[in-house]
Design a binder for this molecule. Structure first.
Ligand SMILES: Nc1ncnc2c1ncn2[C@@H]1O[C@H](COP(=O)(O)OP(=O)(O)O)[C@@H](O)[C@H]1O
Ligand SMILES: [Mg+2]
Length: 234
């Protein structure tokens, strides 16, 4: 279930819209069009947050591309009920073009699933080809959201964080341990990633009576850690 699509009036969907608004505000000065979503450990809700955030962004008449960059345990195709016969990995090896693999969800939201699971995900995601692809995609979309593997386990998210505008770190209550969250932040800061916020996920809300309630704390990305490549102006 994708709450923003299936229950758009719920308080959780509303909190995704608040997250969206804050990201849009944070791009007032800087162009914040490519956003990477990661977490320190598995199953904290990276794919859930990226999918719902993409849906919330697409509601505002912006063109949004959601990319499953978790080439190890992909799940975006499952969340949207899409085929994953071909996707990002097939594009990166030159087997298919963007138009052959992009799947349109609404007129504003396009999804790129992971594609065939490759033997060398880190290599693929940190390749020049990936960087060039992202740069090209930025010309056609207002927002691009990248769902990635956990940052403490593998280097994929760390590498990708250097070619995006901002990084959101999902921290799930009951999953993440404080030392792991610190480690994740350390790894991201080491490559000068621009951490724009922390999304607190699976936080219990007693007042509203929900077992799980999504809440977020928006951090203080200061824009100092800009991505290393130069951006094309749109
Ligand atoms: N806020 C939430 N409340 C309840 N279940 C959630 C929430 N966020 C994620 N989940 C569930 O937790 C599991 C892991 O979420 P997922 O987004 O796939 O994590 P990740 O991509 O970080 O591995 C999924 O079964 C998902 O439905
Ligand atoms: Mg995932």
């Amino acid at each position: 279930m994708l709450i923003v699509k299936d229950n758009p009036k719920s308080p959780i969907s509303e909190s995704y819209r608040t997250l969206r608004t804050n990201i849009q505000f944070s791009s007032f000065d800087d162009n914040m069009s490519t956003i990477l979503v990661t977490s320190s450990t598995p199953s904290e809700g990276k794919s859930t947050v990226s999918s719902n955030l993409a849906l919330a962004m697409a509601e505002t008449n912006k063109k949004v591309l959601l990319i499953d960059c978790d080439l190890r345990r992909p799940s975006i195709h499952k969340k949207f009920g899409l085929s994953n016969e071909k996707g990002l990995s097939n594009l990166l090896i030159g087997q298919h073009s963007f138009n052959e693999i992009a799947q349109e969800i609404t007129s504003n939201l396009c999804v790129l699933t992971s594609g065939t699971i490759p033997p060398n995900p880190s290599e693929m995601l940190s390749s020049k080809k990936m960087e060039l692809f992202l740069k090209e995609a930025e010309k056609n979309f207002d927002f691009i959201i990248l769902d990635t593997p956990p940052v403490v386990s593998v280097t994929d998210a760390q590498a990708l964080s250097t070619i995006v505008d901002g990084v959101l770190l999902v921290v799930s209550s009951g999953h993440a341990q404080i030392p792991e969250v610190h480690k994740a932040i350390e790894l991201l800061q080491y490559v000068k990633a621009n951490i724009i916020g922390i999304v607190a996920n699976k936080v219990k809300s007693f007042r509203r009576g929900y077992k799980y309630y999504q809440y977020y704390y928006y951090g203080e990305g200061d824009g100092k850690n800009k991505k290393h490549r130069s951006k094309s102006s749109k």
